[in-house]
Design a protein around this ligand. Structure first.
Ligand SMILES: Nc1ncnc2c1ncn2[C@@H]1O[C@H](COP(=O)(O)OP(=O)(O)OP(=O)(O)O)[C@@H](O)[C@H]1O
Ligand SMILES: [Mg+2]
Length: 224
């Protein structure tokens, strides 16, 4: 079953002679439960592509379907709800709310949905990510690797159709990088979580099921 379908996706900035094709006619598909890495030089369009798949940015052209729903035509309100429930995003700099504890950060997408967190699911995710004893800590009381675990927990708490990660280890040392990559793989295997991960580190990319390569806004290669 296809989980993500991207068809002829285009994103331009500027107009006329100054038009920049950040993403230029990109098409690919991701199966449910697949772990896909995206690599490419700085400025090749990786983050722009991810922001459109995550519904945080609108394409200039083309279509994106996630879990059988075309997101490219959704109204902003519908998109916001779909994003909160079906898409988890992990960034390089964690993006945690500094005044909320680890647990409050993790349950934020559920609270925003005016639902109650399921304690069993919360415990399962805390345990899987090895941060059970950190639930009452504030982000500035956690190491970078621990903060990234919290941000992964927040991204998967709702069992989203898709987990997107943009350089999730870009700010971590090699030990924490290995831990986070192992945890993403565990999430993929244990929870069957579909993942698209951007990285510039080829040894990390090689651990995914498949590697897509971007160059100047285009997909130039596919390995795996
Ligand atoms: N808001 C914007 N306005 C104008 N140009 C933009 C904007 N956002 C991105 N771009 C351009 O689009 C291209 C792709 O940028 P993008 O951030 O997607 O690259 P990237 O592959 O994620 O790079 P990096 O590895 O450095 O994060 C770049 O040429 C960039 O300058
Ligand atoms: Mg980027």
């Amino acid at each position: 079953m296809k989980n993500v379908i991207v068809e002829h996706l285009v994103k331009t900035y500027g107009s006329g002679e100054n038009t920049v094709y950040a993403v230029n006619d990109v098409s690919f598909e991701v199966e449910r439960g697949e772990f896909v890495a995206v690599v490419g030089a700085s400025g090749s369009g990786k983050s722009t592509l991810m922001h459109m798949i995550g519904g945080v940015d609108r394409p200039t052209g083309g279509r994106i379907s996630i879990d059988g729903k075309e997101i490219t035509g959704m109204k902003p309100d519908t998109m916001a709800i779909f994003r909160r429930r079906q898409i988890g995003i992990v960034y390089q700099f964690y993006n945690l709310i500094p005044i909320l504890t680890a647990e409050e950060n993790i349950t934020l997408p559920i609270d925003l949905d005016r639902r109650k967190p399921d304690p069993a699911r919360l415990n399962e995710v805390l345990r899987a990510l090895g941060i059970e004893d950190k639930r009452r800590f504030l982000p500035n009381q956690l190491s970078g690797g621990q903060q990234q675990r919290v941000s992964i927990a927040r991204a998967i708490i709702n069992e989203p159709a898709l987990l997107l990660a943009d350089e999730p280890t870009g700010n971590l040392d090699s030990k924490a990088t290995d831990d986070i990559v192992s945890l993403l793989k565990m999430t993929n295997k244990t929870f069957g979580q579909t993942i698209i991960m951007i990285t510039h580190d080829l040894s990390i990319a090689a651990q995914a099921d498949r590697v897509l390569t971007m160059s100047d806004g285009r997909l130039t290669g596919e390995v795996g």
